[in-house]
Design a protein around this ligand. Structure first.
Ligand SMILES: C[S@@+](CC[C@H](N)C(=O)[O-])C[C@H]1O[C@@H](n2cnc3c(N)ncnc32)[C@H](O)[C@@H]1O
Ligand code: SF4
Length: 451
């Protein structure tokens, strides 16, 4: 087939629609309060000796970065808020442990936030031990933690590694001082270099950095300088997010003037340059938002078709059931999603009353929805999929336009099936390709814009 030969720039412009990140299908937008603690309890009571993935949410931050869309609480109170928080987490773990018919093994553990390294040394150890009291930690446990480099010290880096964390992620966002001031997150380049040195000294298996494209006062030149610094730090993985600017929903973002944001053309230029620079520096594009060094586990898993996706984004650990604790945390099973109370107080009150603190969720049993989930997962993770032409005729028809733009290659397999392969250009627009199998997107485009 001849393709339109559109440049990456033109393709981003053309496909720049709100699209979900498909960390799950159906997405969290479909959750309702028809799911509560009862459904989670019944799920937990199912006997299983499969290992689990555990997510622990630590919502505290020392100060508020104005762009931030994460669920977090800004406080200077330190241990005064952390001690009661850990006590409630301990109680939640007891409730979960009581619902499980037998002790389970953890193959993956992730602490996210907020800022998990808001906790001091003793508190971090206390939380780790709390988890180890309720679960068996697999000898090859993949344990990851998100940290803010501002508060990171050499001692903390070494201690985290010694405790058992082997993967770590920290936010850079943008290294330019003016951009940093415009988002109230000033972390000098020297501190970022120190942070990376300490993490390397501690010998983490994988270090990820987060970047955001589209921040106020960001320009292609300034972002280039950030990319150069990233090249010097050489993390194993890079998450490159497009700034989700939603001032109506996130009051703190109103401190950012829309007039200070780079234009869509500039953002596209920055994403395009990032893609070129990172690829030239030896990074493989995993999906639009993710890059990894060829030697990193994520790139290896992508090459070997072993990538998976859950609420923590791309993972290498197979499709493990995911259990989430702490406010907003999501638990994910093949037929059930259950999200904890998003409000800190509501979460604490539910736990103190002895209830699993579920606020909402979704039961997924419809075979067609499960099949669509499979299609979306395979597109996002294996970059190829087969579909039934009779049952997915509309999708196959929609894919023709994407093939013309060079995002996918299509091949008929006999009369009944079609094969889709995502091209290198298509990896970038992977969410738009996955969205073809999502009927909700056809009715109403929702999610975050690509650019
Ligand atoms: C929980 S935070 C990272 C950990 C740590 N608190 C830090 O500040 O480095 C997760 C990441 O989400 C991304 N993020 C937060 N708000 C965002 C937004 N509005 N648009 C795009 N990315 C965002 C940032 O890159 C951030 O590093
Ligand atoms: S980016 Fe990190 S430190 Fe900043 S407000 Fe968000 S969670 Fe907190």
């Amino acid at each position: 087939m001849t393709t339109t030969g559109l440049s990456p720039h033109a393709l981003l412009l053309k496909y720049d629609q709100p699209v979900p990140r498909y960390t799950s299908y159906p997405t969290a937008a479909a959750f309702t309060d028809a799911v509560g603690e009862e459904q989670l309890r019944v799920q937990l009571q199912q006997p299983s000796d499969a290992p689990l993935s555990l997510y622990v949410h630590v919502p505290f931050c020392r100060h508020a970065c104005w762009y931030c869309g994460c669920n977090r609480v800004t406080t200077q109170l330190g241990s005064k808020v952390v001690a009661p928080y850990l006590a409630t987490l301990a109680r939640e773990l007891e409730l979960v442990g009581a619902a499980l018919p037998a002790r389970r093994r953890l193959a993956q553990l992730h602490w996210g936030g907020g800022t998990p390294n808001y906790l001091n040394r003793a508190e971090i150890r206390q939380l780790w031990e709390l988890i180890a009291r309720h679960f068996d930690l697999a000898p090859n446990l993949e344990a990851s933690i998100e940290v803010n480099p501002e508060g990171l010290s050499r001692d903390q880096a070494l201690e985290l590694r010694q405790l058992g964390f082997n993967r770590i992620s920290f936010g850079i966002q943008d290294a330019n001082p003016e951009v940093q001031r415009a988002v109230n997150r000033v972390v000098p380049a020297q501190q970022l270099r120190h942070a990376m040195d300490w993490l390397r000294e501690a010998a983490f298996d994988s270090v990820n950095v987060d970047l955001i494209c589209g921040l106020p006062l960001q320009t292609p030149e300034r972002f280039n300088a950030t990319l150069e610094l990233v090249g010097e730090l050489r993390p194993d993985r890079i998450s490159l997010f497009s700034f989700a600017y939603l001032p109506e929903q996130l009051p703190l973002q109103r401190k950012i003037a829309a007039a200070d944001l780079p234009s869509q053309q500039e953002r596209i230029r920055m994403l395009e340059t990032a893609n070129q620079q990172l690829t030239a520096q030896g990074y493989a594009a995993i999906g639009m938002d993710h890059y990894a060094l060829a030697s990193d586990g994520l790139a290896v898993a992508a090459r070997e078709g072993r990538l998976h996706r859950n609420f923590q984004d791309y993972t290498t650990g197979g499709e493990l059931d995911l259990l989430g604790i702490g406010p907003t945390a999501i638990s994910q099973f093949p037929h059930l999603f259950a999200q904890n109370q998003r409000d800190l107080r509501a979460w604490r009150e539910a736990v103190e009353a002895g209830r699993l603190p579920v606020e909402r969720g979704l039961v997924v049993r419809d075979p067609e929805v499960l099949e669509r989930r499979q299609l979306i997962q395979q597109v996002m993770c294996q970059f190829q999929v087969e579909l039934h032409l009779g049952r997915f005729a509309r999708e196959w028809a929609d894919l023709q336009a994407l093939a013309t733009d060079g995002l996918v290659e299509l091949q008929r397999l006999g009369h009944e099936h079609g094969h889709i392969r995502v091209t290198t250009a298509g990896r970038w627009l992977i969410r738009s390709i996955a969205a073809v199998s999502d009927p909700q997107q056809r009715l109403q485009a929702r999610g975050s814009r690509l650019v």
